[in-house]
Write a protein that binds this ligand. Structure first.
Ligand SMILES: NC(=O)c1ccc[n+]([C@@H]2O[C@H](COP(=O)([O-])OP(=O)(O)OC[C@H]3O[C@@H](n4cnc5c(N)ncnc54)[C@H](OP(=O)(O)O)[C@@H]3O)[C@@H](O)[C@H]2O)c1
Length: 253
């Protein structure tokens, strides 16, 4: 199936490592020009070079999505530099934790405002595309109780609600808005490798709940995102696509 992504233009936040990195590689392999950001200059530079080597235009900037004015200015500048915008993927998260109020502020500023501000800054460019799409990265921690009472899970849940609301609001402009909720995703240098090393019981307990006997890979999430972001998914908007290999046990009616 041709996804219809060739020649399109995407902005992806937090794309130097892990899931975000694999998303930009997957989109580049489909012929999409990319603008990406992260906080570490060397990793931004290396990722841009790796994407260019895949034959697409790639631009990157050191941006902390927590800094609203620089973040939204970067989105506007990137869309202009790319010559338009078809796809926006707010991927950055402040991650989980139960360290008290600080987690709530961090997850609100990074996960929630990083998504909301990004979508608002991207919309004037997206509405000029003939197949615009936003794919919000949520988590299965938003749809079932997981580990404990966490700002991460609760506020990602808020993003799933926001995704649905926004999808209705911008549908008349032709913009589709969906969320992808990954289950546990294992990769070198990622959170689950860290948990495996430092909290082996938590790792083993979580693995035992994966009916496929394994966690997911960044590739599996990247392919899911690429499909939802593509014109091939033209009738799909407002969904929260759970990609977790059966990790969650609820019935999604
Ligand atoms: N891994 C999982 O099992 C899993 C499961 C469910 C959902 N998710 C979701 O998937 C997304 C990606 O997770 P991941 O595990 O791939 O994350 P990760 O390995 O920690 O990578 C995060 C990326 O975002 C960048 N970043 C972090 N904070 C940033 C900030 N404030 N401003 C700009 N860039 C920032 C990082 O680069 P710098 O450090 O250089 O900024 C890096 O490129 C998140 O939304 C996460 O909640 C992950």
């Amino acid at each position: 199936m041709d996804l219809g992504l060739k020649g399109r233009k995407a902005i992806v936040t937090g794309a130097t490592r892990g899931i975000g990195r694999r998303i930009v590689e997957q989109l580049a392999d489909e012929g999409v020009d990319i603008a990406l950001c992260a906080r570490k200059a060397e990793e931004v530079k290396e990722t841009v070079a790796a994407l260019e080597a895949r034959g697409v235009k790639a631009i990157g900037e050191v941006v902390d999505v927590k800094d609203g004015p620089s973040y939204t200015a970067w989105i506007r500048q990137s869309a202009e530099a790319l010559g338009g915008l078809d796809i926006f993927v707010p991927n950055v998260s402040a991650g989980g934790g139960m360290d008290g109020e600080q987690n709530w502020w961090n997850n609100f500023e990074v996960d929630v405002l990083g998504t909301v501000r990004g979508c608002e800054a991207a919309t004037p460019f997206l509405e000029k595309s003939d197949a615009p799409a936003i794919v919000v990265i949520a988590t299965t921690g938003a749809v079932e109780t997981f580990m404990g009472p966490m700002a991460y899970n609760a506020l990602k849940g808020g993003l799933v609600v926001y995704t649905k609301q926004l999808s209705q609001f911008v549908a008349p402009k032709g913009i589709r808005v969906n969320a992808v909720s990954p289950g546990p995703i294992y990769f070198a240098g990622g959170a689950w490798e860290m948990i495996e090393k430092h909290m082996p019981q938590v790792y083993e307990g979580t693995l035992a709940q994966c009916p496929m006997g394994r966690m997911g890979t960044p590739e599996e999430i990247a392919r899911t995102v690429a499909f939802l972001a593509s014109p091939a998914a033209s009738l799909i908007t407002g969904v929260n696509l759970v990609a977790d290999g059966g990790f969650t046990k609820r019935v999604q009616l």
